[in-house]
Design a protein around this ligand. Structure first.
Ligand SMILES: [Zn+2]
Length: 141
């Protein structure tokens, strides 16, 4: 799959996925790549915004010392156990598989695995609805 940021003659910006670059060219030539806002077929590839590195610039929210933490930890542990026992483990293919599920290339199913911060950022940008799986400190032996 290939992801393009597109812009129509009325300057509507939108995003679309294609099998590959040739599929885009072919569909574009046949005039079936249309703007979802005004349905114009006069559509061009837009320049992609350069990816911003989030690795060191984004902070995470943390807390310590609240009396409810023990209960929350228990609930997170239960959630984690439920997910890991019921969903398929896909390892570092998470981003790839999540995207396939989101774009309905494969049948929807529960999966879990790992992704790099860059992969997470691009899943967020693509509107993929996923959840962080809690990593509890005691599991980091
Ligand atoms: Zn438009």
């Amino acid at each position: 799959m290939i992801h393009y940021a597109l812009v129509c003659e009325n300057e509507h910006k939108f995003e679309a996925w294609f099998r590959n670059a040739e599929a885009y060219d072919e569909q574009h030539k046949r005039g079936i790549v249309t703007c979802p806002i005004c349905t114009s077929v006069s559509v061009e590839k837009a320049l992609m915004a350069p990816a911003v590195s989030r690795a060191n610039s984004e902070k995470v929210s943390l807390s310590i010392g609240h009396p409810e933490h023990a209960r929350l930890r228990e609930a997170l542990q239960a959630l984690r156990n439920k997910v890991t026992s019921e969903a398929d483990y896909v390892g570092d293919k998470f981003a790839e598989e999540a995207r396939k599920i989101h774009f309905k290339d494969i049948e929807a199913r529960g999966i879990y695995g790992e992704a790099t911060p860059d992969e997470v950022a691009s899943l967020v940008e693509d509107g993929v609805d996923f959840m962080p799986l809690p990593n509890l400190p005691e599991e980091h032996n």
